[in-house]
Design a protein around this ligand. Sequence first.
Ligand code: FES
Length: 130
Amino acid sequence: MPKSSKKRLLALTVNGRPTKVKVSPTWTLLRVLREELHLTGTKKGCEQGDCGLCTVIMDGKTVNACLVLALQAEGKEIETIEGLGTAEQLHPLQQRINGRHIRAHPPHGKGQMQVFPGAELLIEGQVLRD
Ligand code: FES
């Protein structure tokens, strides 16, 4: 295994929690959030920076997590959709979207849930806080 592909320790803050995780230099922030930290509210879409499904807030600015190498997040504060509220106490925006899910009639057929991009919630939540 080439030396550059060895995992390194990444220290960052995710949804207010100091977090350390071993990452490969080639991994994206999206991969780390979803596969290492199990924060699957950040969705994987195009992985090319086009769809915005992977949007998170990094040090107060929205970024596409699929375009950020994990090591670029060293020392940064990351906020994901999970950071807006808790399972016991949803953020008002999450409550609003939950209602939409229940009433949604997706074009894909009966019984399928509409996947609502967490990105919109994060951006809206950030605007409301600012
Ligand atoms: S997955 Fe589409 S912009 Fe990141």
